[in-house]
Design a protein around this ligand. Structure first.
Ligand code: B12
Ligand code: SF4
Length: 389
């Protein structure tokens, strides 16, 4: 069976692009099992100018997929790339009705039933962590086995949609093979698309999940509230491997990197012991860092930190359940330690008044005056969040 995994078209105007880690991780598991798999990253092709943001973009994307003659096409869907995924899938099914179109990733996982009810071009939704579910689906399709045995998928049968029970999160992340980077262009080729952004960046998973439950966030419901980490040894092995392939910046995707202090301390110690000299980026919460931890992270190469400050209004902060912002003095400490700090703010909360909005925008400007980047984002009602429910 010819398998093709697709990172759907979306013009990324907000920053550097990097290889799509989720599907590369799934591809690595399939290859470990002896299967052949291909990956097409349309975000890369668009950034490179090989695909143009024209009215014919969906036909062109579908043609590039069909050229590879896949039997099974897996789309990695996020909220923003969902419409383009549907458009491309539609054209594929028109041309090759016998191919199987699978949607995976966060958006499809939370909207499995709705997707199958609304879009005949999607055959199966593969929910949750793809490394666990997708290979079982492939096996069932290869053997013509009944799909009711494959946990975590949703499919149509007998005129209705069936949603199988979720098999649960992967407990031992270290068992996952290193992502299949050989299936996409090199990091240097990705970096060439990042003109103006500089470095060749690679994403590295340090962990999954988050114990908090901010009302606007889907991470805690997708990867689970029990955070799981890879071992620091495994994370550093992956970082060293990527550096040997030309990575100049490592972006840790784990949303709460400093959740477990011993974990991040071990990670930093190992990076130092193995003399890994690379710029890295952390995402965390302000209440999960202090001066000593920032010193440790900076000594190990951390040069950028992302935190959610969420609002300049105390009233709105109160409404964002689960968000204890923590001590903001630490922002200045991180900046003075040589870290480029970015803070995200959410505007458009249902209870927000004009005064609350002004407070948030002022807060952004005040930070900007102190060389801290404030990023105001419009509140989005994402499937899988408490806000959506
Ligand atoms: C790095 C990152 C980016 C990078 C992307 C770089 C890249 N090439 O991937 C940049 C900065 C460009 C970016 C942009 C955006 N991002 Co972003 N990003 C992330 C981040 C921090 C890490 C993504 C990652 O690699 N995770 C690790 C991998 C292993 O997880 P994964 O991709 O989800 O894949 C797993 C499963 O989803 C599933 N799966 C995924 N694909 C498939 C496909 C198949 C067939 C199957 C079966 C399974 C499957 O299996 C995978 C392995 O377990 C996440 C937060 C997070 N912690 O995940 C947000 C996140 C994915 N981003 C998000 C958003 C909203 C965006 C933007 C829309 C922001 C904007 N307003 O422009 C854009 C859209 C970009 C796009 N192409 O769609 C949201 C998505 C929410 C949602 N419900 O869809 C997230 C979850 C952040 C959040 N908390 O809200 N992002
Ligand atoms: S916003 Fe951050 S802290 Fe809040 S639930 Fe999402 S990942 Fe966790």
């Amino acid at each position: 069976m010819q398998i093709l995994l697709v990172f759907p078209p979306l013009l990324n105007l907000q920053g550097a692009i990097a290889p799509p880690l989720g599907i590369l991780s799934i591809a690595a598991v399939l290859e470990e099992q002896g299967r052949t798999v291909e990956v097409l990253d349309f975000v890369y092709l668009l950034s490179r100018g090989d695909l143009l943001p024209s009215p014919r973009i969906y036909e062109q994307a579908a043609a590039l997929i069909l050229e590879r003659q896949p039997d099974l096409i897996g789309f990695s869907t996020q909220c923003a790339s969902y419409p383009s995924s549907i458009q491309v899938a539609r054209r594929i099914k028109n041309e090759r009705p016998d191919s199987t179109v699978v949607f995976g990733g966060m958006n499809a996982s939370f909207l499995a039933r709705e997707t199958l009810e609304a879009f005949p071009e999607v055959d199966i939704v593969c929910g949750g962590e793809g490394e666990a579910v997708f290979p079982l689906l492939v096996q069932a399709l290869e053997q013509g086995a009944p799909l009711d045995q494959v946990g975590g998928i949703a499919y149509r049968a007998g005129g209705s949609v069936h949603v199988n029970a979720d098999p649960g999160a992967i407990s031992d992340l270290d068992r996952l093979p290193l992502p299949a980077y050989h299936l996409v262009p090199t990091l240097a080729e990705y970096a060439r698309c990042n003109e103006g952004f500089g470095m060749a960046e690679a994403l590295v998973e340090a962990g999954r999940g988050c114990p908090y439950s901010c009302m606007f966030c889907s991470i805690c419901n997708f990867f689970g509230q029990k955070a799981r980490t890879f071992s620091p040894e495994r994370v550093v092995e992956e970082v060293q491997w990527l550096v040997s392939m030309g990575a100049q910046s490592i972006y840790f995707t784990f949303d709460v990197l400093s959740l477990e202090r011993p974990f991040v301390e071990s990670l930093c110690r190992l990076l130092g012991e193995r003399e890994v000299s690379v710029h890295w980026v952390a995402r965390s919460r302000l209440d999960l860092v202090d001066e000593a931890l920032i010193d440790t992270m900076v000594a190990a190469g951390c040069r950028e930190m992302f935190f959610g400050l969420e609002s300049g209004s105390e009233r709105i902060l109160g409404a964002l359940r689960g968000k204890n912002i923590g001590e903001t003095k630490i922002i200045e400490y991180a900046r003075q330690s040589g870290v480029s700090v970015s803070l995200s703010f959410i505007i458009g909360h249902p209870q927000e008044t004009e005064e609350d909005l002004d407070q948030t925008l002022w807060c952004c400007l005040e930070y900007a005056a102190r060389e801290v980047m404030g990023v105001p984002l419009l509140l989005c009602t994402l499937p899988g969040t408490d806000l959506y429910r």
